[in-house]
Design a protein around this ligand. Structure first.
Ligand code: TRP
Length: 444
């Protein structure tokens, strides 16, 4: 049975993977912390130069091999096949990622319900609600984490076409409708102009070396690179797809969704005089208090926003499950169900340990290298596994795969100039840029 994406299904599924909590939550607070528009511009530039370069690299590995990540590297390597296959194991990063990512989607679930009846009126109350929830409320966290995982595993158990593709085809347009509806309302508020200025009119004096590195890390994260997701989705691409235009459309959807969600969030921040640079608490602490000022309608608006975040999160979480599932099926002949049950056992234990690593009284036992298990896994994936994944992809595509095979793959869709530029970028610029960000992140 052929279980491949359709062309539009591929675009929506990859865009669904890319558009996630990274765009909806990390992007706004990093923009806030790094001074606004100039950072957005930097992020756009790096997304198109470095991000898209690696993205094309992963698409090439996936499409040329039509395999899971491990066998893809093995199949395409000319010598040292057994050494290269280890590069595919960066897909384990996606499984670690999904373990704590679904904890956060669980928090958003809880908030979607909470904001229907309760919007805290001031920052202190709001901060106390969030801190109490994360540091004391084990049972709700486990409940919502479980619900999130049941949904995600169920979707992936239905396979690529009737599970992953079908859900993305519904959720991605719904996400867009929600965001546009919220935007339409935001436009009527005075804060909108300030928000648009903050995000769109660049002030280059705010750019520092650190913001360049942060923007590159964000570009990498929001494009779901380095952990085999793009490889596996591309392995299931229908033939005769225009690889270049599809990839560019995906990257554009990704940045546009980030900016639109950012516009909505900052409209509220400016309208009600909150601080744009407040960091991680933006979505869970500050926004609920801003919605409280809208009265009854605030509840509906807050619910819409958290629902949008759930949609964005779920389409990303399901993509994290697919690489390893696909590997277990193809390498060991597991059925899809059996593969998912094995993965679920790991995700469930790791996720619950992450929840406990924030709980008062227990968390002391779950500290590693001076960080909670939760932060530790986040650090491991974002600062170690993903950069290693990015560098191995660039070196592999740049120096190991035959240039002729790449030219044959991309030739019909790229001009000679564009191909040569991409090839140069993936050999020299991308790996060095990634090495610099990760070394800097590890040292700082
Ligand atoms: N792109 C996702 C987001 O913006 C997060 C993400 C990072 C991801 N790496 C991934 C998703 C790998 C799927 C697979 O939230």
């Amino acid at each position: 049975m052929q279980d491949k994406f359709s062309k539009i299904g591929f675009i929506l599924a990859v865009a669904g993977s890319a558009v996630g909590l990274g765009n909806a939550w990390k992007f706004p607070y990093l923009v806030g912390q790094n001074g606004g528009s100039a950072f957005v511009l930097l992020y756009l530039f790096l997304t198109f130069f470095i991000g898209l370069t690696i993205f094309f690299g992963e698409v090439a590995i996936g499409k040329l091999s039509e395999s899971d990540p491990v066998n893809a590297f093995k199949k395409l390597a000319i010598t040292n096949k057994n050494g290269w296959k280890f590069a595919g194991f960066t897909m384990l990063g996606a499984i670690i990622l999904v373990s704590f990512y679904t904890v956060v989607i669980g928090w958003i679930f809880k908030y979607a319900f909470m904001v229907l009846t309760n919007l805290p009126a001031d920052i202190e109350t709001s901060a106390a609600i969030f801190t109490d929830f994360v540091s004391k409320d084990v049972s709700s966290q486990i409940l919502f984490f479980t619900i999130t995982n049941i949904i995600c595993f169920y979707i992936v158990s239905k396979g690529i076409k009737s599970g992953i593709e079908r859900v993305n085809v519904w959720l991605m347009p719904s996400l867009l409708v929600l965001v546009i509806a919220m935007l339409a309302y935001s436009v009527t508020m005075d804060g909108f102009i300030q928000s648009a200025k903050f995000l769109l009119v660049p002030d280059f004096t705010k750019i520092t070396f650190d913001s360049v590195l942060t923007a590159l890390g964000l570009a990498f994260f929001t494009l779901s690179l380095g952990v085999g997701v793009i490889i596996v989705y591309s392995a299931n691409l229908p033939n005769n797809t225009n690889l270049v235009s599809s990839s560019i459309i995906i990257v554009i959807i990704n940045v546009i969704m980030g900016i639109l969600i950012g516009l909505v969030i900052f409209t509220f921040v400016f309208e009600f005089g909150a601080e744009p640079s407040q960091g991680v608490g933006l979505v869970f602490i500050s926004l609920p208090t801003l919605f409280a000022k809208l009265g009854a309608f605030g509840h509906i608006f807050a619910f819409a926003l958290f629902t949008a975040l759930i949609f964005a999160g779920i389409t990303s979480a399901i993509s994290m499950l697919e690489p390893f599932t696909y590997y277990l099926i193809r390498e060991f002949g597991f059925t899809r169900k059996k593969a998912l049950v094995s993965i679920a056992a790991f995700v469930y234990i790791a996720g619950i340990l992450c929840i406990f690593s924030n709980i008062e009284g227990v968390k002391e036992n779950l500290v590693f290298f001076g960080k909670s298990l939760f932060d530790c896994l986040d650090y491991l994936v974002s600062n170690i596994i993903m950069p290693i994944g990015g560098i191995t992809v660039s070196v592999f595509v740049g120096f190991v795969i035959k240039k002729e095979a790449l030219r044959e793959l991309y030739g019909p869709y790229m001009s000679k100039f564009m191909f040569d530029l991409w090839y140069f970028m993936i050999r020299y610029i991308a790996p060095i840029a990634i090495a610099v960000i990760s070394v800097n992140a590890i040292l700082s």
